[in-house]
Design a protein around this ligand. Structure first.
Ligand code: PGA
Length: 253
């Protein structure tokens, strides 16, 4: 593996928003009007249906990501409703989210599914944004550090992406879409723990960026950005408002 340096990223996960293609392209246009800082990358993950329209409306320096990909085939075939890693790469997608808690919850995605998705994404040359995070009950029980370390190990021991193709997003499930964010201290402690866990798997993983996600807003972005082991943000709700999203972007880097 080549030696990799941590990079700053601010990523918008639009989920199943906005409702119309016009709104999606307007959001993309507003976001791409900002000047991209040399040290902080910007990315958005629109709905699959709006990917191409959004790709046509952003400047080259905003990376387009997919929220999902087919677990069964890297290329093409009889998989109704699925979109493959190669189709995504062919459409200008640069990265894909894998392991988001909403996919784990609503689509019952297991580690085995995540492993297959990760293999296909990497073979097609995509970067992977691997999401992990504990449930509220796990944090209350004090098992959050071991739960998240296990999520990280169970997939990265099986796949081991090149460090330059891997980003990790720590998203405590209880903080997603709830307005409850992890405190900067708690987030920092978990990020340091994830970095230790991944560095034990492969020394190059010390250079992997670890993003925080879960109710990131302009108000809490600066304190998160100030933490040593937080390399950026994966933003849901606030990424649907260009002004808020760009305020968060400016807080990092
Ligand atoms: P949120 O979502 O910012 O709305 O909490 C984050 C995410 O799910 O990636």
């Amino acid at each position: 593996m080549t030696h990799v340096m941590r990079q700053q990223w601010v990523m918008g996960n639009w989920k199943m928003n906005p409702l119309t293609r016009d709104e999606a392209t307007q959001l993309a246009t507003s976001i791409s009007q900002t000047s991209i800082k040399e040290n902080t990358n910007l990315a958005v993950a629109p709905s699959m249906l709006h990917l191409q329209a959004v790709a046509d409306h952003v400047t080259n320096s905003v990376m387009i990501m997919s929220q999902d990909l087919c677990a069964f085939s890297q290329a093409q075939g009889a998989y109704t409703g699925d979109v493959s890693a190669e189709q995504l790469a062919d459409s200008g997608v640069g990265a894909v989210l894998i392991g988001h808690s909403e996919r784990r919850q609503y689509h019952a995605e297991t580690d085995d599914v995540l492993i297959e998705k990760m293999k296909h994404a990497l073979s097609a040359g995509l970067m992977v944004v691997f999401c992990v995070g504990e449930q509220q009950a796990e944090r209350e029980a004090g098992t959050h550090l071991s739960v998240v370390a296990e999520q990280v190990r169970s997939v990265l021991e099986a796949v081991t992406p090149n460090a330059s193709k891997l980003i990790i997003a720590y998203e405590p499930v209880w903080a997603i879409g709830t307005g409850l964010s992890a405190s900067a201290d708690d987030a920092q402690a978990m990020h340091a723990h994830i970095r230790n866990t991944t560095s034990d798997l492969h020394s190059d993983y010390a250079g992997v960026s670890i993003l925080y996600g879960g109710s990131v807003k302009p108000a809490n972005a600066p304190e998160l950005a100030a933490c040593d082991d937080i390399d950026g943000a994966l933003v849901g709700g606030a990424s649907l408002d260009a002004a808020q999203f760009l305020d968060i972007y400016r807080a990092f880097g």
